[in-house]
Write a protein that binds this ligand. Structure first.
Ligand SMILES: [Zn+2]
Length: 224
C-alpha cells in the first residue's frame, strides 16, 4: 500500500540522485585538475549548490502536485483538483519552516551543508583520499536530507489534498514490515482529526501515511 503513496517520491529521487552524482563528479574532476583559489572555490561550490537546489525544488513541486492529486482520488467525490493547488508556494513554505522531525529549517540546513563542504575543500590538500571522502560525505548527507523531504512533501501535500476536499478525519497507516517502530505500530489504524495529528512522518525514514476516515469511525474508536 505505502509504495503507491511514495511512488512519485521514489521516482523523483532517482532523477535527483543522478543529477547530484553528476554534479559531485564534475566538482571532483575540477578539483583534481584546476588550481582554484579560495574565491573561485567558493563561487564554484555556491553555483553548484544553486543549480542543484533549482533542480531539486522543481522535483519537489512535481511530487507535491502528484501527491495532492493522489489525495483527491482517495477522497470520495473529491473535487478540488491539483490545478487549484499552488505547489510552488506550498513547497517553498515547507522548505522555509522549522520541521520538528528533521529538527532543522531545510533552506538553512542546505546552506550549512554547502558551506561545510566548501570549508572541507579549502582545508584539504588537492587530489588526495581525504578530498574524495569529503565529497562523498557531502553527497551522502545531502542525499539523506533530500530523501527525507520528498517524503515530508508527499505527506504534507496529501494532507493538503484531503483538507481542501473536506476530509476532517484521517486514518494512520503504518508501513507494514518488521522495521516498523513501536510508535508507528501503535498508531496503525488509529483515526485522528486532521487538525490534531501527531507529527507525520513520525521519525526519519518513517513511511507511514494517511487515508481518509469518517467521524463515525473516529467516534466508535473513542468509545472503545
Ligand atoms: Zn512510521
Amino acid at each position: 500500500m505505502s509504495e503507491d503513496i511514495f511512488i512519485h517520491a521514489d521516482r523523483a529521487l532517482v532523477m535527483i540522485f543522478n543529477q547530484m552524482s553528476r554534479e559531485f563528479q564534475n566538482l571532483s574532476t575540477q578539483l583534481g585538475f584546476d588550481e582554484l583559489n579560495v574565491l573561485e572555490t567558493r563561487n564554484t561550490v555556491n553555483a553548484m549548490y544553486q543549480r542543484m537546489n533549482e533542480m531539486i525544488v522543481r522535483r519537489y513541486e512535481e511530487v507535491a502536485q502528484n501527491a495532492f492529486q493522489d489525495a483527491v482520488i482517495a477522497v470520495p467525490r473529491g473535487e478540488v483538483q491539483k490545478q487549484e493547488f499552488d505547489s510552488s508556494a506550498f513547497v517553498a513554505l515547507i522548505l522555509r519552516g522549522y520541521n520538528p522531525v528533521s529538527d532543522f529549517v531545510y533552506t538553512r540546513e542546505y546552506t550549512r551543508k554547502r558551506d561545510r563542504l566548501f570549508e572541507s575543500i579549502i582545508a584539504t590538500e588537492r587530489g588526495n583520499q581525504e578530498m574524495r571522502r569529503n565529497l562523498k560525505r557531502a553527497l551522502d548527507v545531502l542525499a539523506n536530507q533530500v530523501r527525507q523531504y520528498v517524503d515530508n512533501i508527499t505527506i504534507e501535500a496529501r494532507i493538503e489534498g484531503f483538507r481542501r476536499n473536506g476530509v476532517e478525519y484521517v486514518r494512520w497507516v503504518a508501513e507494514d514490515d518488521r522495521k516498523t517502530c513501536s510508535i508507528c505500530r501503535e498508531r496503525n489504524g488509529r483515526i485522528f482529526p486532521i487538525d490534531d495529528l501527531p507529527d507525520i512522518p513520525a521519525h526519519w525514514h518513517c513511511r507511514c501515511h494517511l487515508e481518509p476516515a469518517t467521524i463515525e469511525g473516529f467516534e466508535r474508536q473513542e468509545v472503545v
